[in-house]
Design a protein around this ligand. Sequence first.
Ligand code: SF4
Ligand code: SF4
Ligand code: SF4
Length: 194
Amino acid sequence: MNLPVNTNFAEQVKAIPGAEKLMMCFSCGTCTSKCMIQEKLEPNYNPRRLIRETVFNFEETAFTDETTWLCTACDLCYPACPQKIHISAVITAVKQLAFEQGRQNPNQTAKVVEATCVACGLCESVCPYQAIKLVEKKVPFRGMITVASVDQGKCMACGMCTAACRSDSIRLNQDFNDNEILGSLWGWLESEAA
Ligand code: SF4
Ligand code: SF4
Ligand code: SF4
């Protein structure tokens, strides 16, 4: 099977600050072995594979790889890489190019209901991925106001903001109620303690 190739893809990724060392990867797999996402959440997750796809210009494959969309930029892998490649920066660069081409984050990322957001900042303070900022913008029927805004490139759809918001103004596409979110958090904490 011939995979679609953009012959400039690796160069485009490398040109984004942080991703300069892309071509130094010798595919040892240490990053994959250090990654909690791969170990705890998604066995198909594989930063080593994503770096190979990028080096060999398989743009479409990289854009549709789960690894592009599930990296939390925790940087557990970074100090372990013998080539000192900032892996999360490479992954973020791939994601940035995907957005520039009009791709959407396949995760069910949070959306703000601007008609009711009161800009209290609770969501911003609880978001573990710093994905929310309060911004000034023109909102239909409300004029120029401050509202919460979600960076789709950073949101990991954890649901903390939806649980925190008192005016139900930030939601996931696939909505969970507060008890379901707290239940899943407790489940995760218990599995960590076991
Ligand atoms: S640890 Fe570094 S050199 Fe090894 S596969 Fe990952 S990015 Fe490549
Ligand atoms: S930065 Fe991304 S690839 Fe590296 S360990 Fe964290 S989640 Fe995994
Ligand atoms: S769902 Fe989680 S990661 Fe996304 S904006 Fe809300 S708190 Fe942040």
